[in-house]
Design a protein around this ligand. Structure first.
Ligand code: AHM
Ligand code: MG
Length: 334
């Protein structure tokens, strides 16, 4: 098999297909390099003294794990000096991170969830890094939070690294979705899946069912119908999977279809579910759409949601198109 590295793939996308500008290519390479470093730290586990709590809280009041903090630092440090960015924003930081004056600035803005699936860190279950790239608004001088509040449809690239039995990088620049596997001996990313596609139909769903009592009626109706199986209104049996790492759940869906749901529910603080629009929902929705799937907040296309706050939470329904459309229609009916 002829091996195509991430670098070679990106150069071809730029040179032959004219699909990405050089600056964006270089930015993606830096993010991929940082993910390699995070993968290394994750792989060391207790030997690297990276497990456990950091005894600090992030902006959402969640206790940070040592690896949350470390991964955030790795991404900031790797991306600061490259010259491709105007600013960064992270799920783990209260406000945006400006590029220090000693480094040149670029025209892109990077957002990330440095280590997603934090509850799985200490139990050696798959976790990941999610990232999203936006363009800085024309004429912007010093970036502000407001400059980041762009709808997901404005993303120019999105992707995730999955730290599981293998370390993978799944990437879109708006021209399909491709998957790279980290060759741990060589230290390089190798293209292993081209043009991933999500089947439009599925018989598999993912939801944290312990929240059933908090759901709103459209979600309860839909899950009840799936559980009713082949003699119920949907006329088929459904299987269920929930890894509690969005990256791993989305990766399964990109490979064999399925529907992932983290609905709004009746709990505080803002009754919009758990996941964050800018760091989780938008990048994943771009990947899913690029793979032929669909993603909504229950009411509208996720990528059309106009963000109001950097750390905004949003209900998430994504995956196989026909099922996402079904649960979205149930919301629209009420
Ligand atoms: P995190 O960013 O704090 O890790 O939280 C996000 C994660 C997702 O990866 C996953 O889908 C979800 O939280 C799991 O939530 P729950 O613990 O409610 O099952
Ligand atoms: Mg997260």
């Amino acid at each position: 098999m002829k091996r195509i590295s991430l670098t070679q793939y990106l150069v071809e996308e730029q040179r032959l297909n004219n699909n990405i500008p050089a600056e964006l290519r270089l930015l993606i390479e830096v993010v991929a390099r940082a993910c390699k470093t995070i993968s290394h730290a994750v792989g060391k586990g207790a030997l690297g003294e990276v497990l456990g709590s950091a005894e600090t809280e992030n902006i959402q009041g969640e206790v940070q794990k040592k690896l949350d903090v470390l991964s955030n630092e790795i991404l900031l440090e790797a991306n600061e000096w490259g010259g491709h960015l105007a600013a960064m924003a992270s799920e783990e930081m209260e406000t945006i991170h400006l590029i220090p004056n000693r480094y040149p600035k670029g025209e892109y803005m990077l957002l990330f969830d440095p280590l997603d699936g934090s509850s799985n860190i200490d139990v050696n279950v798959s976790i990941g890094t999610i990232f999203s790239v936006l363009k800085a608004p024309e004429g912007m001088e010093t970036p502000t939070e407001q400059d980041f509040l762009q709808a997901g449809s404005k993303q120019v690239a999105a992707g995730y690294a999955l730290y599981g039995p293998q370390t993978l990088l799944v990437l879109t620049t708006g021209h399909g979705v491709n998957c790279f596997t980290l060759d741990r001996e060589m230290g390089s990313w190798v293209l292993t899946q081209r043009d991933m596609k999500i089947p439009v139909d599925t018989q598999e769903f993912a939801i944290n069912a312990s929240n059933t009592r908090h759901w709103y009626p459209p979600v309860t109706r839909y899950v009840d119908e799936m559980l009713a199986g082949s003699t119920g209104p949907l006329g088929k049996n459904f299987n269920m999977r929930w890894i509690a790492s969005m990256v791993a759940d989305v990766h399964r869906i990109l490979n064999r279809g399925g529907i992932f749901m983290y609905p709004a529910d009746a709990r505080e603080p803002d009754k919009a579910g758990k996941l964050r629009l800018m760091y989780e929902a938008n990048p994943m929705s771009m990947l899913v759409e690029q793979a032929g799937g669909a993603a909504t907040n229950g009411k509208q296309r996720m990528l059309d949601v106009q963000p109001e706050k950097l750390h905004q939470r949003v209900p998430v329904f994504l995956g196989s198109k026909n099922e996402v459309e079904r649960v979205t229609a149930y919301h629209q009916e009420t």
